[in-house]
Design a protein. Structure first.
Length: 163
């Protein structure tokens, strides 16, 4: 769904004048992850993302989906703690293929320092896989798109391919 369309649909969920003081990044910010303060020096980053197959190899699809799901936590300045798998597969899909998708996702989560803690699957004619990722960040260190300044362009001070 296009971002503008999604904002229009979600408008009814925005609390009119009732913003929670510990929700540091939420619906109002139009970000891909939420940040919720637990204590003065600890906040949770939460996000969910899932994708249809983007490559032919099941392990690679799982790894790409996991990396993309976790990237929202990293974009907020956080680190991954754990993730829950979210998946839908056709009933006739091979269990070996599904296992490889899950293994690819798990391998990427472990590489990031986290762990797969569970998840939920459904039968779906269109395969999809992703993660609900929980991370942590210091409340004053989190970043969001809404708080970021617009890009001012980039420059390259050395030829491409050279440091």
């Amino acid at each position: 769904m296009a971002p503008g369309d999604l904002q229009e649909v979600l408008e009814a969920l925005k609390p009119a004048g009732r913003a929670h003081p510990d929700l540091l990044v939420g619906l109002a910010a139009a970000d891909d992850a939420a940040v919720y303060r637990i204590t003065s020096d600890f906040a949770i980053v939460e996000t969910v993302d899932f994708f249809p197959p983007v490559v032919d190899d099941p392990w690679t699809w799982g790894a790409i989906s996991a990396a993309n799901s976790m990237s929202d936590v990293f974009a907020m300045g956080g680190e991954v703690l754990f993730a829950l798998a979210v998946a839908g597969f056709p009933r006739e899909m091979s269990k070996a293929i599904i296992a490889e998708v899950f293994r690819g996702g798990s391998d990427k989560v472990v590489e990031a320092g986290g762990v797969i803690a569970g998840g939920h699957t459904v039968v779906d004619n269109e395969p999809k896989y992703g993660l609900c990722v929980t991370g942590r960040v210091h409340p004053t260190a989190s970043s969001s798109r809404a708080a970021s300044a617009p890009a001012t362009g980039s420059s390259c001070r050395s030829p491409w391919g050279r440091a």
